[in-house]
Design a protein around this ligand. Structure first.
Ligand code: AP5
Length: 219
C-alpha cells in the first residue's frame, strides 16, 4: 500500500504515520524528520535549510524532490510506504508520480487528507513536545509524558520544536493555506484523495483510517 498523508501542520499526520508504520509494516517517510536530522547533524544541507524551516517557509522543490528520490530508491520501500509531509506542492506531486512510474511499489493508492480546525491545530502545535533522542511525539495535555520533559520510551530529553513557536506556527499555517488547493485539485482529478476529520482523538482517527482501508479493499 502506498499512502500520502496530507494536511495542515499539527493535524496529526506524524502521529498516525507512526501507528500505521507499526500496524502495516510500511516505512514512514517524513520529509520534516529527514530535514530535522540534517539540521541536527549540521551537514552542509542541514545548515542551508535550517533558517527556512525556522521561518516556517517551504524548502525549495528541487532539494526536497532529490531527498525523496533518494529515499524511495531504498529497498525497504519496495512493498509500499507512508509519505508524511510530502508532496506539499503540485510540482512535488508531479515529480512523485514520475518517480513512481519506475518504482516496484507502483503508484499512490490513497491520499489521506487530514482536515482539522485552526483552534485544534494551534492547541496541538503549541503543546507538542518531541524527544531529542528518538523523535517520539508527546503533548503537554493530550499525550503527556509520565515524567516531566522525559521521554517514556528512551528517557531522552523532550523539547519544543523551534518552528512550534507562536510566530512560526502562524507562518506555517499561512504557507500551508497558500499551497494546498492545487495539490488537492491534483489528487481529486486522480480520484485518490479521502478527507478525514482529524479533530477526533488519535485512537478514533486510527479507527476511521482502518475502516477506510477495508472499504477501499486495501486491507
Ligand atoms: P513537518 O515536520 O512535515 O511539519 P508539518 O507538516 O508542519 O507537520 P507537523 O509535524 O507539525 O504536524 P503533524 O500533522 O505531523 O502533527 P503531529 O502528529 O506531530 O515540516 C516541518 C518543516 O520542514 C516545514 O515547515 C518545511 O519548512 C519543511 N518541509 C517538510 N516537508 C517539506 C516539503 N515536502 N516541501 C517543502 N518543505 C518541507 O501532532 C501534533 C501534536 O498533536 C503532537 O503533540 C501530538 O501528540 C498531538 N496529536 C496528534 N494527533 C492528535 C489527536 N488526534 N488528538 C489529540 N492530540 C493529537
Amino acid at each position: 500500500m502506498n499512502l500520502v498523508l496530507l494536511g495542515p501542520p499539527g493535524a496529526g499526520k506524524g502521529t498516525q504515520a507512526k501507528v500505521l508504520n507499526e500496524g502495516l509494516r510500511l516505512p514512514h517517510i517524513s520529509t520534516g524528520d529527514i530535514l530535522r536530522d540534517s539540521v541536527k547533524k549540521q551537514t552542509k544541507f542541514g545548515l542551508e535549510v535550517k533558517k527556512i524551516m525556522e521561518s516556517g517557509a517551504l524548502v525549495p522543490d528541487d532539494l526536497i524532490n532529490k531527498i525523496i528520490e533518494e529515499r524511495l530508491a531504498q529497498p525497504d520501500t519496495e512493498n509500499g510506504f507512508i509519505l508524511d509531509g510530502f508532496p506539499r506542492t503540485k510540482q512535488q506531486a508531479i515529480k512523485l508520480d514520475e518517480i513512481l512510474k519506475k518504482h516496484p511499489a507502483g503508484a499512490i493508492d490513497l491520499v489521506l487528507y487530514f482536515d482539522s480546525t485552526l483552534k485544534v491545530i494551534i492547541e496541538r502545535l503549541s503543546g507538542r513536545l518531541v524527544c531529542r533522542n528518538c523523535g517520539a511525539n508527546f503533548h503537554i495535555k493530550n499525550v503527556p509524558p509520565k515524567k516531566d520533559r522525559i521521554c517514556d520510551f528512551c528517557g531522552g530529553e523532550l523539547y519544543q520544536r523551534q518552528d512550534d513557536k507562536e510566530e512560526t506556527i502562524k507562518n506555517r499555517i499561512k504557507v500551508y493555506e497558500e499551497s494546498i488547493s492545487p495539490l488537492i485539485e491534483y489528487y481529486e482529478k486522480q480520484n485518490k484523495i479521502r478527507k478525514i476529520n482529524a479533530d477526533f482523538s488519535a485512537q478514533e482517527v486510527y479507527k476511521v483510517l482502518m475502516k477506510l482501508f477495508k472499504d477501499e479493499h486495501l486491507l
